[in-house]
Ligand binder design. Structure first.
Ligand code: DX5
Ligand code: ZN
Length: 219
């Protein structure tokens, strides 16, 4: 599946671009939240997420929290219409407990990890999340080059979770590496630049989906 990261959309035309990505074949929208602490950049907050929810009432919204204190912000994003919320293993002391707490608020939960974070950090929590988010760039900016070692991490996770969780790869995904991400075991591929950075979103989505040889919407 293709997850369209709205971080590279035209923010002055966010509704238009969000709908264009979904109409072009994206399965869900990926909403990148940056707090200026966990990552050296700021992006958007719950108000923007709620605005996207209004223009895309039936779309699966996948919120990626790159923030130091995810617990503080999870309720606001649930209220803003998130269907899934991922937080970073590097930011949380008790990932399993936080996941259960967030799930009780009505969302599915993902565990994200940075490129340098070893598999030993996520190993204890492999069975506690619906989704594992493997960063294939250093979080904070779109438009960076794909980090190849993320493929090994994805493969390692897939070998252990089987069909029990989704695996998302996020960062630098493009038609040249999409097939390798899928071969490594990823089933949700996030793209910002290779989609919204192109003059024709429909054609860009088609090229990405052809490279994955997968498609479909999440309901
Ligand atoms: C990076 C974000 C990514 C980013 C992907 O911190 O988590 O979701 O938007 O951007 P591209 O596809 O341009 O690497
Ligand atoms: Zn992201």
């Amino acid at each position: 599946m293709l997850a369209a990261s709205i971080f590279s959309a035209d923010f002055a035309n966010l509704g238009r671009d969000s709908n264009a990505a979904m109409n072009a074949g994206a399965a869900l929208l990926h909403v990148d939240i940056m707090d200026g602490h966990f990552v050296p950049n700021l992006s958007m907050g719950p108000l923007v997420c709620a605005a996207v929810r209004r223009v895309c009432p039936d779309t699966f919204l996948d919120v990626h929290l790159m923030v130091t204190n995810p617990k503080e912000f999870i309720p606001a994003f649930v209220k803003a219409g998130a269907n899934s919320i991922s937080f970073h293993v590097e930011a949380v002391r008790q990932p399993k407990e936080l996941a259960a707490w967030a799930r009780d608020l009505g969302v599915s939960v993902g565990l994200a990890s940075n490129p340098q974070t070893p598999t030993t950090a996520i190993q204890p929590f492999l069975k506690d999340f619906e989704l594992h988010l493997v960063m294939s760039v250093h979080p904070g900016f779109s438009g960076q080059g794909f980090i190849e070692s993320a493929l090994e991490k994805t493969k390692w996770i897939r070998e252990r979770v089987g069909t029990g969780a989704r695996i998302q790869m996020d960062g630098g995904v493009d038609p040249a590496n999409g097939a390798r991400c899928v071969a490594a075991g990823a089933d949700v591929l996030v793209s910002a630049t290779a989609l919204f950075g192109k003059p024709n979103i429909e054609q860009a989505a088609r090229e990405l989906l052809d490279s994955f040889t997968l498609g479909g919407r999440v309901e």
